[in-house]
Each structure stands twice: as structure tokens, then as C-alpha cells.
Write a protein that binds this ligand. Sequence first.
Ligand SMILES: Nc1ncnc2c1ncn2[C@@H]1O[C@H](COP(=O)(O)OP(=O)(O)O)[C@@H](O)[C@H]1O
Ligand SMILES: [Mg+2]
Length: 227
Amino acid sequence: MEPEVLAFRDVTKRYPLAAGAEVEALRGVSLDVPAGRAVALIGRSGSGKSTFLHLAAGIDAPTRGAVRLMGRDLGQLSDRERTLARRDGVGLVFQFFHLLPHLTVLDNVLVPALIGGGDLAALRARAGALLARVGLSGRLAQPAQQLSGGEMQRVALCRALLRRPRLLLADEPTGNLDEATGQVVMELLLGLAREEGSALVYVTHSRELAALADETWRLHSGLLERA
Ligand SMILES: Nc1ncnc2c1ncn2[C@@H]1O[C@H](COP(=O)(O)OP(=O)(O)O)[C@@H](O)[C@H]1O
Ligand SMILES: [Mg+2]
């Protein structure tokens, strides 16, 4: 049987604060995300949503419990192995896009290829196809800084998908967009994830956008509950 794309097992995350105090950002969180599933994560500011995504991507490590990506316990991997697991298995989308402003639209999508290597001609063709899919085929040579916010996030979606990750993680991907633009971007994100067969976990503050997922979970002071 295929392993879950992402599995949290009784995960606790504590951050040290000054003078020996600490904050418990996640408290005994367990969740399975099977292949192709779209999961919305909601919860107030400070409830642990970004911490959850950082642990899922192997950017940070749990204090207790295990995070498994494609069946591999990230805590059992070396730093190098964990970096490769993230690079090949995970696509990240951020609230503030994180494009390189002076690079063209096409080159922004190709940044993961420049870092990770691979068949550049094939990746270039794939980047072009993804950009056409999100309606930006006329903009390939334009510097990213000239785009609107919604266009920038569409470029970021293409960049996240370039290497065919099995898991997409999106932290408030519409948080910097107006409502109508956010709806369009969210529908593109969900549509692309479905077409590509990528599992998706996205954080949102919008009930309407959360309702587009296959399932919704709420973090409340580090505790995960079904919403
Ligand atoms: N690097 C860190 N160091 C110390 N505390 C942190 C750190 N990152 C997050 N926190 C704390 O952990 C809790 C959860 O934060 P976060 O996961 O960013 O919440 P959310 O994304 O839901 O707003 C908050 O109390 C936050 O202040
Ligand atoms: Mg956050």
C-alpha cells in the first residue's frame, strides 16, 4: 500500500523563550494526508498553523513525536537527506509570494531547477506549460516586479509545482490578495493540485476558501481538531 504523503504522529513543538520559559506551539498533533487529498487548516493567529507547515516541510523539527513524508521519518534523516526530501517532495507557496523581482516570470518558475538540477530543456517546457495553465503565457519575459499580486501568486504556484512534488504546502496563499483575486488563485491552486495528483495542505482565514478543501481541520492553541 502506498504510504501517506504526510503523517504527523503525536507531534509536539515547543519553542524556547527568554529566561527558560517556552511556548507550546503544537500539542500532540496527529494527522494523515493521503495522496491527492486537499486539506484546509484554519485557526486564530498564533494557534500553530505555520509551525505545522514548517514541520511538514522539514524546515523545523518536532520536540516530540514523528513527522513522516512519503513514509520516511524526517527525524531519522540527515540534514542533507532532509533537504533533498523537501526539494524533491514538497512545493511551498507563501503569503508574500517570495518571487525574485528582477527575474522574468519564466526564470522565477525555473528557480527550483537552477537549485535542484535536472533536464533544463524539459523543465523549461514544463514551466511554459504551467504558466499557460494559469493564464500567463503572454508574460514569460516580463520582470516579476511588474505583475499584480494575483499574477505573482500564480507564478509562485507554477514554481511550487515545477518538480512535481507529491505535497504542496501553502501558508495563507491568498492573505495578501483581495477577495475576488484570492478566490481565483485558490481555485487555481486546488485545480492544479488535483490535476497533478499532489496532496495539498493550505492555511486560510476564509471559511469560503476552507470549504473548497476535501477536509478542514482547526488548530486551537496547538491542538488539532476536525472543523
Ligand atoms: N521561532 C519561534 N520562536 C518562538 N516562538 C515561536 C516561533 N515560531 C512560532 N512561535 C510561537 O508559536 C506559536 C504558534 O505560532 P505560529 O505557528 O506562527 O502560529 P500561526 O501561524 O497559527 O499564527 C505562537 O505563540 C508563536 O509566537
Ligand atoms: Mg502563520
